[in-house]
Structure formats: structure tokens, C-alpha cells
Design a protein around this ligand. Structure first.
Ligand SMILES: Nc1nc2c(ncn2[C@@H]2O[C@H](COP(=O)(O)OP(=O)(O)O)[C@@H](O)[C@H]2O)c(=O)[nH]1
Ligand SMILES: [Mg+2]
Length: 399
């Protein structure tokens, strides 16, 4: 009897020890088993690889220490050539973040589910659409369509009206627009006195603080991950901290940054140096960051116009991306218009969509500026830039 008890006790101890060992083993494993249950906020969460630690977590905010680095520094020694998060993964995150920020769909659907809608219910829906920055014109159009369909369809079926709202929103966002970033290498400008082959040039413009520098870094990272060689140009020469910030991104994503050591240097000449360097190196793309001072329209036109003209002495600029902060709503729209008039823009990057329920701005901005939203910023991390996908976006809005 005692012997049996002893054997049972030994077995229990062994079983416990085995369980503990398994548990510890899993805790120390490289990857969490279920990434979806993991909060994917940074690159380490999704791609735990060497060469990332420390750098990725580093604050890439504006820093005041003077840039002691020489211009045209070589790429960081620890080039991070790992591929970033997959596009479906990013879109899933976009959905989650938009939903987290309270896409307007939930509010609209909760009204719709009340069944027979009173005038007050309809007004509530209208208010929700308006506060999401869809704008008066678009909201009025949507409301008319919803009311008509509500009469045609059974109003007690919110899912049917939701489907109408979805298809109307999708039509407004326009899934047929070409949203690809132009990476075609241009032919050299006539009489261009440069060595090598011009790279596809991307010029980043927009108001201060919208996320231009961050987007340059994130975009460079995406390109590098696609095996493209990239050069960045720090043509925001207004503050030394701006060039420093871009250089930090350059180190982080393994891309050379052409900059001037002198605060207040001519931004156009830095931009020219960048495109020339890219051509000499036979790089695939050159991404040029600019300042966003909005002192007055004439000054802005002068500065951006000159930067672009000077770059085009080497080759045509294929992409001028206007960076717009989604949280600034209609205010941001007015500023965007000034930029659009100052320099012909070819696409929009809508940043900080992670922190706002005002996703309706996508519709408004495309309508007002007549160019597509091509990329969206979903956070401050290196992988928080996604191509804009209309269907995913509308689904995210509807929650
Ligand atoms: N939440 C969030 N923050 C962003 C995003 N893009 C940029 N930022 C932050 O916005 C601030 C201004 O960005 P910056 O690139 O310096 O703007 P710039 O003045 O236009 O160059 C920084 O703190 C960035 O980290 C985004 O998509 N989401
Ligand atoms: Mg900047």
C-alpha cells in the first residue's frame, strides 16, 4: 500500500515538473504562438529578429543635439533588410486601429437597428457622418441614398441598409483609382550633367508636424524590403533637428541620407545633391523630405517650386506626395489645398489614421484635391505605413 502511495507521489512530482518545464519552455520561446492575440504595435512583435533591438524602440522624435555627421553618410552598418509586415497583416491592423478609434459604422448601425427610424434617428445618423469628416456635400448625398433605400428596403433590416452604406462609401472612395506609388525610373533630363542613371524621385510635402519625415523613413523601409536601393534627401534645412531626425531614420532602415551640415542651407541644393547622388549610385529611388513652413502661399510656392525644378534638372519627379494629418480635419484640408496649388501633387499620404475616428477625410480629400490617397500612416513605428486599400478601409469604417 505504502509502496503504491510512494509510486503515485513520484509520478505526481514528475508530472508537475514536466508541466513546469513545458510552460517555461513556451515562455522563453521566440515567437508567441498566436500573433493575433498579441498586441502588434512594433516591428519586434511581428518580426523578432536580430539587429532590431534598441533601434526600433528608439524615439525618432525631433532631437536638438547638433548633427555632427558629415553629409552623404554611408548607409548604417547594420542595414535592416528584413521584410516588413505583410500587406494583409497591415490591413488587418488598419482595420483594428480604425475600429479601435471608433469608426463611425458602429454608431450608424446602432441607430439603424432601432427599426422604424424617426426623424431624430435620421438626424443622429447625419451628425455621425458629419463628425467623421465626410463633409456636408458627401453626407447629404449619402443621407439621400440611405433614406431612399430605407423606403425601398425593409427598414427593420439594418444589415440591408448597412450593405447600402458600404457600397455607397466604397463608390465614394473610388476603388478604381491608381494608388500605386510611381517607382518607374525616369529618363534623364535633356542636358543633365550627371553620372549614372536617374532614380525614381519621390518628393514629400506637407504642413509641419503632419508626418513627412516619419513617412520618408517608413517608405524607405518598405522600398528597401522590396530589394530596392534608396537614397534620402534632407531638404528640410530649416532646423538642424529635421536633418538629424531623417538621418536617424536612415540609420534605422539602412539608407544613405544626403544632408547639409549647415542649418538654413538652400533646400533645393540639398534636393539636387540627393538626386545626383542617387543617380551616381544607380539607386532605384530617391525620397526627398521638405520643410512645411506655411508662412505664406507665395513663399511656399517659391520654395517647393524651386526644389522640384532643381530636381528636374536631373530627371522628372514622378511622385509628389502630400502628407496630411487625418486628425486635423477640415483645417488640414485648407492647408492641403495651398500645397496642392503650390506644387502639383500626385498622391496623398494620410497619417495618424490610428488615432482618429475621422476616416471620412479620405473621401473629402480625394474629392477636393482630385488625387488618390495612396498610403496611410497607422502609427509611429517603422512598419506603420500601409498601402491604401479601399475595401479594407470601408470595412474598417463600418466596424
Ligand atoms: N500616431 C501616429 N503618429 C504619427 C504618424 N506619422 C507620424 N507621426 C508622429 O507625428 C509627429 C510628427 O512627425 P514628423 O514626421 O516629424 O512630421 P513632419 O514635421 O511633417 O516631418 C511625430 O511625433 C511622429 O512620430 C502616424 O501615422 N500615426
Ligand atoms: Mg520633418
Amino acid at each position: 500500500m505504502d509502496l503504491i502511495l510512494i509510486v503515485i507521489a513520484v509520478l505526481v512530482v514528475l508530472a508537475l515538473a514536466g508541466g513546469l518545464w513545458l510552460y517555461v519552455g513556451r515562455r522563453q520561446g521566440d515567437l508567441p504562438e498566436d500573433l493575433s492575440a498579441h498586441k502588434p504595435t512594433s516591428i519586434e512583435d511581428l518580426f523578432p529578429q536580430e539587429g532590431q533591438e534598441g533601434q526600433a524602440a528608439e524615439e525618432v522624435g525631433e532631437r536638438e543635439e547638433p548633427g555632427a555627421e558629415p553629409e552623404a553618410r554611408p548607409a548604417a552598418t547594420t542595414a535592416t533588410l528584413e521584410s516588413p509586415e505583410s500587406i494583409p497583416g497591415r490591413m488587418q491592423r488598419l482595420r483594428a486601429r480604425l475600429a479601435g478609434a471608433g469608426g463611425f459604422g458602429k454608431a450608424v448601425l446602432s441607430v439603424l437597428s432601432r427599426g422604424d427610424l424617426t426623424e431624430a434617428d435620421w438626424e443622429e445618423i447625419e451628425d455621425t457622418l458629419l463628425t467623421s469628416d465626410l463633409g456636408i456635400e458627401v453626407t447629404t448625398q449619402l443621407m439621400e441614398e440611405l433614406r431612399t433605400q430605407a423606403k425601398v428596403l425593409d427598414t427593420s433590416d439594418p444589415q440591408a441598409i448597412r450593405a447600402v452604406l458600404r457600397s455607397e462609401l466604397l463608390a465614394l472612395v473610388d476603388p478604381d483609382l491608381d494608388r500605386s506609388v510611381n517607382l518607374e525610373r525616369p529618363a534623364a533630363a535633356e542636358g543633365a550633367e550627371i553620372a549614372g542613371t536617374p532614380a525614381a524621385a519621390i518628393l514629400m510635402v506637407g504642413v509641419n508636424g503632419t508626418g513627412k519625415t516619419t513617412t520618408c523613413g517608413k517608405l524607405a523601409r518598405v522600398l528597401v524590403a522590396q530589394d530596392k536601393s534608396v537614397v534620402m534627401g534632407a531638404a528640410d534645412t530649416f532646423r538642424a533637428a529635421a536633418a538629424e531626425q531623417l538621418s536617424t531614420w536612415g540609420q534605422r532602415v539602412g539608407v544613405e541620407v544626403v544632408r547639409s551640415e549647415r542649418e538654413g542651407a538652400d533646400p533645393a541644393s540639398v534636393a539636387f545633391d540627393a538626386v545626383r547622388t542617387a543617380a551616381e549610385q544607380e539607386a532605384d529611388a530617391v525620397v526627398v523630405d521638405t520643410a512645411g513652413r506655411l508662412q505664406n502661399k507665395a513663399g511656399l510656392m517659391d520654395e517647393l517650386g524651386k526644389i522640384k525644378r532643381v530636381m528636374e534638372k536631373v530627371a522628372p519627379v514622378g511622385e509628389v506626395l502630400l502628407v496630411l494629418d487625418a486628425t486635423t480635419g477640415q483645417n488640414g484640408m485648407r492647408q492641403a489645398q495651398v500645397f496642392a496649388e503650390a506644387v502639383g501633387i500626385t498622391g496623398i499620404v494620410l497619417t495618424k489614421l490610428d488615432g482618429t475616428a475621422k476616416g471620412g477625410i479620405v473621401v473629402t480629400v480625394q474629392k477636393e484635391l482630385g488625387v488618390p490617397v495612396k498610403l496611410v500612416g497607422l502609427g509611429e513605428g517603422a512598419d506603420d505605413l500601409a498601402p491604401f486599400d479601399p475595401e479594407g478601409f470601408v470595412d474598417a469604417l463600418l466596424g
